[in-house]
Design a protein. Sequence first.
Length: 189
Amino acid sequence: MASQKIPRHRVFISYHDEDRDWKDKFSRQMGEHIIDRSVKVGNIDDTNIKTETIRQKIRDSFLRDSSVTVVLIGPCTWRRMHVDWELGSSLRDTKRNPRSGLLGILLPNHPDYNKERHNPRLMPPRLADNLEGEDSYAVIYKWPTSWAPVRIKGWIHQAFTRRNGIPPNNSRPQFVRNRRRKCSEGWKS
């Protein structure tokens, strides 16, 4: 891959609001290496709007135009219904909204950041479902200690190329609300 030019991909960044600083840093660091299709503060006025309308706006205005979804995984990301919905929409392949590639980046504030193995119950369940097997649909990386946008652009491109290989697992029912368990406890099936 190093010998060929890697294209810029349209990337949707899914994250827990508590990790907004990490999301902003990711967007800044990747700069011209990606086309950021994420929802930004102020893009959607969610006062007096039904949850389903917010989901539709995110799906039709942001996810639809992306080719890869990057999940920034902090300690509580697994609890968030919006992250689950974004992942579910990213994995669907419809005429109007084609399927996106998927990758996770473990943030330094995550309890498994410096561990060799990651507890799947401390990451979004829909992402964990797609990490199984040798030829998985998604892959998890660690937030780099030294930033190398070209390397991360390679991760994104690999997720893009994997999206048409093995079909993703999107069978889990969508969250109807945020999970209430403590972040350190993880989810239960």
